[in-house]
Design a protein around this ligand. Structure first.
Ligand code: ATP
Length: 798
């Protein structure tokens, strides 16, 4: 591709040969000396012109050739870029335009060259003419002409040189740009081809894996069928067959009836559940309505409160102005009264002084007249008048004082009155609010009660159907989650329903309903409290399986193993079982044993054995019951906490050492803790066997693990899935996958869990009876339960 735009250089050999030929005739030293002295002859000029022509011609030819090549290049480019989309078409168009421009330019340049050639020819003619005229012309004229021609020749040569360099420059730039573009396109194409081949490879790998999985499933079905057949044909004698047939005949009616009853009960419970759901929905609606009403009332209360506040402020303002007015009025009245009093006193004083003066005068007069006339009574009359006036003023003063006192009292009592009125209003409001709150609380408690009932019904349904219980534990945000937008929390919880988890995905909220959701604040103890009833039921003879599932770093190990100071389910479960065993020790004898295994890369390893490097196999139990066991898997008896701690430590250490040796990552390995409990009721001789297994991850593609799990998740088992999720945004996809997986698992029906009991006969042979909830009612013991006890010891040495 790159070679397309490489321009052919002028045939320099031809030029050099021609030059050598003429230099022979006119040696370069001589010619140069002539040129430097401006002494070129017409012959020299002719030679120069010819040389120039020879140099130009290849360039022109080259350009012509380039021009001819261009459509081919374009075609080539079109071919290369075919299928690279619009972008490439646009680029091709641009290149095409550029090429057209170049063509135009080349034509122009060619024309210029041709013009120049013509000029040169003319010059040649002129030179010839001059040479023919030379004999007729004088030396001076000739010299003049020669100078002119030489200078013209030099100018033309310079122009030619300039044009040539321009042409070279432009064409080389264009060529470089096109080369770059071509390289880029080639690079892109190579990348695409690599991508396609990677994808093809992946598709092929997936197809191979699918085929492999299909083959495995077919194998397992074939094996199961074969085992069934073997069981039927090898282990059962004619007598057994007859016995079985008879038992089936006898039992089938009762079994059908029991099945019918169970179905009826399930239907009834389903109906009840539907009813409860309906009630819950109604209550929810009512609650919503009440909440709306409450919010309305709250708004009204707030409105009233603001109005009250405003009224209070107004009242206070009015009260203040009234008080000011009152004080003003009182002070005015007081001043007036004082004025009046002063006036009265003044008049009294005046009067008394006048009166005294008068009286003195009068007395003087009287004294003077005493001797002559009888005593005069008019002075006494005047005094009586004044006294009457004073007596008339006194009630007015008293009324004024009384009014003043009343007003003063009113003013003093007014804030208290306002406060009282407001208090009453507030009391009334709070009574209203409280009654609304009480109604709400009542509705809420009813709603919770209904939820609880619904959960109970659901649990009962789960027990009857034998579904797997799915719990979710959300781990807290840790420093490993980093900072930034990826470390944002995306999970929220429902305050009223502990089985709801909301996940906010791109602004949208998705809700998942599970059996229980543990928020990050949940302690190990609280998680264990939820799991413990399941664990104790393995003492009653049920197969129990607890699985922790989740992406790497979501807290599976933390929940199952925990830390030394805060142990997880494994250690707590063993501790609980030990304490239960000691509680029941009066009537029961139990034997607890523990195995620990790890599956890594389809290799099952014993973590408690002396050689933890060797790989173990999973085999069909020889009893023909189609059950599996692991030959050579170490089982260690457990009697106290010391034993438990030793065993767990050993298992952990073996696992860690092996990981260091293999340089593996923990998330690719799957740990199993298998606990076997064998119990015997000392009074009746009834024995129970059960199996509990835990593991850290369920990859369904892992056949070894699936084999072991299919035992634990068998029809007569109780199973619990502990989904572990990380709360941050960067783990959203994995969290969604885990929750969707949990949702699907919740609907998986394992069948009614059955208790495994066996009656030990005095002769040493064993029989068993079903003690499942249904069997305790009407369901008779099944054929499966009549198998010898050794067959039920599934994992561990046969
Ligand atoms: N509930 C929790 N409280 C506090 N820390 C937790 C909790 N759950 C997990 N962690 C912490 O989160 C980190 C990852 O947890 P853990 O190792 O249990 O994840 P994992 O799912 O077992 O990972 P892997 O699959 O890679 O083994 C650990 O540091 C652990 O201490």
């Amino acid at each position: 591709m790159q070679h397309l735009r490489v321009t052919q250089r002028p045939p320099m050999a031809k030029v050099q040969a021609w030059r050598a030929h003429h230099e022979e005739k006119s040696p370069p030293g001589k010619r140069q000396a002539e040129l430097s002295n401006q002494q070129e002859t017409p012959r020299d000029i002719q030679v120069q012109m010819q040389l120039t022509r020879l140099q130009i011609e290849p360039i022109i030819q080259d350009e012509r050739q380039t021009k001819c090549d261009e459509p081919a290049e374009i075609r080539q480019l079109e071919g290369d870029s075919h299928g690279n989309g619009k972008e490439r078409c646009v680029e091709e168009d641009m290149l095409h335009i550029k090429l057209c421009n170049m063509q135009d330019m080349l034509i122009k340049k060619q024309k210029e060259n041709e013009d120049m050639c013509k000029k040169l020819l003319e010059m040649k003619h002129q030179v010839e003419e001059i040479s023919s005229l030379r004999p007729q012309m004088g030396d001076t004229d000739l010299e003049k002409h020669r100078d002119l021609l030489v200078s013209e020749n030099r100018r033309l040569r310079q122009e030619l040189q300039h044009l040539r360099s321009e042409l070279d420059n432009e064409s080389s730039q264009e060529l470089e740009a096109m080369r770059q573009r071509l390289l880029h396109l080639e690079h892109e194409e190579a990348e695409r081809k690599a991508l396609i081949s990677t994808l093809q490879h992946e598709v092929q790998q997936k197809a191979e894996r699918l085929a492999e999985a299909e083959l495995r499933v077919r194998d397992s079905i074939r094996m199961k069928r074969a085992a069934c057949m073997m069981r039927r044909y090898e282990t059962c004698s004619v007598y057994d067959v007859q016995y079985v047939l008879k038992t089936i005949e006898v039992e089938s009616g009762a079994m059908k009836a029991a099945l019918g009853q169970a179905e009826d009960r399930s239907l009834h419970l389903q109906k009840q559940l539907d009813r409860q759901n309906q009630v819950v929905q109604d209550v929810k609606k009512q609650l919503q309505h009440e909440q709306q009403e409450t919010s309305k009332l709250h708004a009204q209360v707030a409105l009233y409160a603001t109005e009250l506040e405003r009224a209070q402020e107004q009242m206070v303002e009015e009260f203040r102005s009234l008080q000011e007015e009152k004080e003003l009025a009182v002070s005015e009245a007081f001043e007036r009264a004082q004025e009046e009093m002063r006036a009265v006193h003044q008049s009294l004083d005046d009067f008394s002084s006048d009166f005294c003066a008068e009286a003195m005068n009068f007395l003087e007069t009287c004294k003077a007249l005493m001797f002559f006339v009888a005593p005069n009574l008019s002075g006494q009359c005047f005094l009586l008048g004044v006294r009457r006036n004073l007596l008339m003023l006194q009630p007015a003063l008293r009324t004024l004082t009384h009014d003043y006192n009343v007003l003063k009292r009113q003013v003093r009592d007014f804030p208290g009155l306002v406060y009282k009125v407001m208090r009453e209003a507030q009391d009334e409001f709070s009574r209203g609010v409280k009654s609304v709150e009480d109604t709400n609380a009542e509705l809420l408690s009813k709603y919770r009660q209904e939820l609880y009932l619904r959960k109970e019904c659901h649990n009962q349904l789960v027990r009857l159907r034998g579904n797997i219980r799915v719990l979710v534990r959300v781990r807290p945000i840790t420093s490993d989650d980093g900072t930034g937008p990826g470390a944002q929390n995306i999970l929220t919880f429902d305050q009223d329903d502990d089985g709801i988890l909301h996940i906010t995905n791109k602004g949208k909220r998705q809700s998942f309903e599970l059996d229980k959701v543990f928020p990050p604040s949940t302690t190990q103890e609280e998680v264990f409290d939820e799991v413990s009833p399941l664990i104790t039921s393995c003492l009653d003879g049920y197969n129990v399986c607890i699985l922790a599932y989740g992406q790497t770093g979501s807290g599976k190990t933390y929940s199952m193993e925990g830390t030394a100071s805060n142990p997880g389910i494994n250690q707590r479960a063993l501790r609980l079982l030990l304490s239960e065993v000691s509680k029941r020790s009066r009537s029961w004898e139990y034997h607890l044993s523990v195995s620990m295994a790890e599956i890594y890369n389809e290799t099952l390893r014993d973590l408690l054995g002396s050689d933890c490097h060797s790989s173990l196999d999973i085999k069909m139990a020889p009893g023909g019951a189609g059950e599996l066991y692991v030959p050579g898997l170490t089982q260690r008896s457990v009697r106290n906490m010391l034993d438990i701690n030793k065993i767990l430590d050993l298992g952990r250490k073996q696992r860690a050492t092996e990981h260091t040796n293999l340089n593996t990552h923990s998330s690719r390995s799957h740990a199993l803790l298998i606990l076997s409990v064998k119990g015997r009721e000392t009074s009746t001789g009834v024995g129970t066997t059960a199996l509990r297994s835990q593991q850290a991850y369920i990859p369904y593609r892992n056949s070894k693990l699936t084999y072991l799990l299919q035992e634990a998740l068998s029809r007569d088992g109780k199973a619990l899935l502990l989904l572990q999720v990380a709360p941050v945004e960067q783990n959203m996809n994995e969290s969604l996958c885990s929750l969707r997986f949990g949702d699907r698992i919740r609907s998986v029906e394992l069948g009614v869990p059955t208790r495994k009991t066996e009656q030990l006969r005095a002769t040493g042979t064993e029989s068993s009876e079903s003690d499942s909830p249904s069997s305790r009612g009407a369901r008779p013991s099944s054929v499966r339960k009549k198998l010898p006890v050794s067959v039920r010891q599934r994992i561990g040495p046969p």
